[in-house]
Design a protein around this ligand. Structure first.
Ligand code: NDP
Length: 493
């Protein structure tokens, strides 16, 4: 593991917990996983494989196929060949398959949650209580729309599916992102080729097994594993739509690659959300919301509340409470049910966090980290606060995608809005105040796709999610998330 910065906090946690590790017996890993194409696992024509590891231990978990351009082409052909039969099914029949996936996810939730934690490093209590229940909820929700598409968009022509969707997802919520992408696409009658992230392919491959068991017609869902090159090949392949979640940089490259091709595109990209605490906010609740906002999933969250804007009169009180709360966060083994902050997803991501944190120190901000012990092996970063942050600092402008909070003060609501909106991103924001009128006043002015009030990081399949500016375009969740997978051109063919 790379050298860590010496913690500035001196207190150690006052609460000791006995370890409560989740057993991994429920997970049966194969040595090797092929590509899931046309309903079967196949050897990659590329002949290439890569090793996927557990980021908390650096131990290898399995070999996974790396799809080359030819493999992606075969997967897209399989998806294309399956479109007529899938689109020809009555919506109520398609719904049965999607419901079946949802029920299987619920039945096998523990197995999926343990595997998600093993491959991604997130705390088991999060994969168990957030990722898996929400993933199943998205399949249930969209299954319900499959036979109601003709009534879902009143006043518009009866919609038809777009065709073949290429879907590229990141490593921070592998199963949940797969559900966000697959569920609306399938319910709307599309076939798909899904590309999971290189570091977290295993739950998508377990999902492929569930899809086999649910007896989805072959070719309706295809899963091609690999890295950025595989994603690039999918973008260039003859698909009708690309749905991408990931970094703004790659999102821009995909935008350039699809321009003029007629391919539909939705992009869910990065964020630098402001979590704004007014002086009248209930401070203890706000502290929990701020902690959840930035340390949930180690801060590997596109909508993370990574900038804390505090009204000056409560800055000292809030900072003291936050530092106290940081001392109690349990960092370590993600499979331990007590763990609050798990492993950083990859060495590359750890290095990125370290580089940005070093820039914060160099630019003059003041760092605070609790004195917690970190495991010897694996990728770890202590929960971190920065005070004395100016808006021009890189840690106030760039997405760190790690457990690092930049704290900035403000005096008036107008100043809070100006500072919150002073970012190239516009994905989410949080407002903490006891005044309903102030919440509405702020929500009207914040340039963010989602504004949470007196809470943070709440998700629901019925509610649209997406951004402004460099956070991308298009919405996922709710009816808004169904629309990009449908065409309303009025033709009947
Ligand atoms: P990427 O944007 O590179 O990865 C997202 C997905 O796109 C992955 O499946 C990736 O494959 C794939 N991909 C990579 N390059 C291309 C390409 N040229 N064409 C098509 N697909 C591609 O994010 P990273 O995982 O590299 O993370 C980098 C930074 O991005 C993070 O530090 C964070 O700031 C941000 N990020 C934001 C996310 C969000 O939800 N907004 C999610 C993840 C990251 P593979 O991973 O296999 O290379």
């Amino acid at each position: 593991m790379a050298d860590q910065i010496e913690p500035t906090g001196t207190e150690t946690a006052t609460w000791e917990y006995a370890r409560a590790p989740e057993s991994t017996d429920i997970v049966r890993l194969d040595d090797r996983y092929g590509l899931f194409i046309n309903g079967e696992f196949a050897e990659p024509k590329s002949g290439r494989w890569f090793t996927t590891i557990n980021p908390a231990t650096e131990e290898p978990l399995a070999e996974v196929a790396e799809a080359g351009t030819e493999d992606v082409a075969v997967a897209v052909e399989a998806a294309r060949a399956a479109t007529d039969a899938w689109q020809g099914l009555p919506g109520s029949e398609r719904a049965k398959y999607v419901f079946r996936i949802a029920r299987q996810l619920q039945e096998r939730a523990r197995e999926f949650a343990v595997l998600e934690t093993m491959n991604g490093g997130k705390p088991i209590k999060e994969s168990r209580d957030v990722d898996l229940p929400l993933a199943a909820a998205h399949f249930f929700y969209y299954a319900g729309w499959a036979d109601k598409l003709a009534y879902a968009f009143p006043g518009r022509p009866t919609p038809r599916p777009v065709g073949v969707a290429g879907q590229i997802i990141p490593w921070n919520f592998p199963m949940l992102m797969a559900a966000w992408k697959l569920a609306p696409a399938l319910a709307a009658g599309n076939t798909v080729v899904l590309k999971p992230a290189e570091t977290t392919p295993l739950t998508a491959l377990l999902l492929a097994q569930v899809i086999q068991e649910a007896e989805l017609p072959p070719g309706v869902v295809n899963i091609v594993t690999g890295a950025g090159e595989t994603g690039g090949a999918l973008v260039d392949a003859p698909v009708d739509k690309i749905a991408f979640t990931g970094s703004t940089e790659v999102g821009k490259a995909i935008r350039r690659a699809t321009a003029g091709t007629g391919k539909r595109l939705t992009l869910e990209l990065g964020g630098k959300a402001a979590n704004i605490v007014f002086e009248d906010a209930p401070l203890d609740q706000a502290v929990e919301g701020v902690i959840n906002g930035i340390f949930f999933n180690q801060g590997h969250v596109c909508c993370a509340g990574s900038r804390l804007l505090v009204q000056e009169p409560v800055f000292d009180a809030l900072l003291t409470k936050l530092k106290d709360r940081l001392q109690t966060l349990r960092v370590g083994d993600p499979l331990d049910k007590n763990t609050d902050v798990g492993a950083i997803n990859s060495r590359a991501q750890l290095e990125k966090i370290e580089e940005l944190v070093a820039s914060g120190i160099d630019e003059g901000a003041e760092i605070y980290q609790p004195a917690c012990d970190l495991p010897e092996r694996g990728f770890w970063f202590r929960p971190t606060l920065f005070t004395g942050v100016s808006q021009s600092h890189r840690i106030a402008q760039e997405e760190i995608f790690g457990p690092v909070l930049s704290i900035i003060t403000f005096r008036t609501p107008e100043e809070a809005v100006e500072k919150a909106n002073n970012t190239p991103y516009g994905l989410s924001a949080g407002v903490w105040t006891e005044k309903g009128s102030r919440i509405l006043w702020m929500a009207q002015r914040l340039r963010a796709g989602v504004v949470w009030a007196n809470t943070f990081n709440r998700f629901d399949p019925t509610s649209p999610f997406g951004g402004y500016k460099e956070s991308g375009f298009g919405r996922e969740g709710g009816l808004h998330g169904l629309e990009p997978y449908l065409t309303f051109d009025g033709s009947t063919s």
